[in-house]
Write a protein that binds this ligand. Structure first.
Ligand code: ZN
Length: 276
């Protein structure tokens, strides 16, 4: 028998089948009227938003690509509006293995990317530091609103999770989605948020990062031009820059990535997920 308090929570996930590298929307309904809901999932803190139309609380989260198949516990805690008493519950979700294409992408890039000079190594180190500083930031408040949409109306030239080989050397799996676009194509924000970064980095080239809150960032690489600056508030669909082939790119294309609290998720899945 479940304790009465636990029995009255409603906890569900969208999509119902969780996989490594995929996003997940947790939707919960606590047993009584509460003023806040927080959670812990795979070692990450979750802050839930209230949806008045359905009287439910929701948080967008994910499962890192490195997560092994198995059962994982979502811990939830809600504070009652009237008594300030805490109500807690745990719910177990199964994570299945995603099948990412085992396409080997052989690419030739300039030597300055595979064998950088000491001066170039300095620029690389600077880029690493900037990314460490900015990309791990978590803004608990939600700025995203509704579905994430495509940044470019174009063909996808490489998917998330594919194995890549640069000049014969295996790299980590592809951490984003590539769009086949010529230089100068407008690139749209995938959701509403605040521009966290808009600057040139060694590997990323023209690099825009948008913070959507709840630990979600979207990244736009190899841009030829910026249309926003750091600190700007952007709406979904707003043009943030023009595509290009700057940084470590084999030609003009748009690489977009989705980061949730320090881990990369599949942008294609995120765009398919219906969100409140
Ligand atoms: Zn890419």
């Amino acid at each position: 028998m479940l304790p009465a308090s636990a029995a009255t929570w409603i906890v569900r996930a969208q999509p119902a089948r969780l996989v490594n590298g995929g996003p997940v929307l947790f939707v919960v309904k606590p047993p009584a009227k509460v003023e806040s809901v927080t959670g812990t999932w795979l070692g990450h803190q979750l802050t839930f938003s209230y949806d008045a139309s359905t009287k439910t609380w929701f948080a967008l989260a994910g499962v890192s690509i490195e997560t092994n198949p198995g059962k994982y516990v979502l811990e939830l805690s809600a504070q009652r509006a009237a008594t300030k008493a805490l109500s807690t519950v745990t719910h177990t979700f199964a994570v299945a293995r995603a099948h990412y294409p085992q396409i080997k992408v052989e690419l030739t890039v300039e030597k300055k990317f595979t064998e950088p000079t000491p001066e170039q190594q300095e620029q690389i180190a600077e880029g690493v530091k900037i990314k460490q500083d900015y990309l791990s930031r978590v803004t608990p408040a939600r700025e995203w609103d509704g579905n994430f949409t495509t940044p470019a109306d174009a063909t996808i030239s490489d998917v998330f999770g594919s194995q890549r080989i640069f000049n014969g050397k295996a790299q980590s799996p592809h951490q984003g989605l590539d769009f086949r676009v010529p230089t100068g194509t407008p690139v749209a924000a995938m959701n509403s948020g605040t521009v966290l970064l808009a600057r040139f980095l060694y590997y990323e080239g023209g690099f825009v990062v948008i913070d959507h809150g709840q630990g979600f960032l979207t990244l736009y690489l190899h841009l030829s031009e910026f249309k926003v600056k750091e600190g700007d508030a952007v709406k979904r669909g707003q043009i943030v820059g023009l595509s290009g082939g700057t940084g470590r790119a084999t030609g003009p294309h748009l690489h977009v990535a989705v980061r949730w609290q320090g881990t990369y998720l599949d942008p294609a899945w995120l765009m398919q997920l219906p969100l409140p």
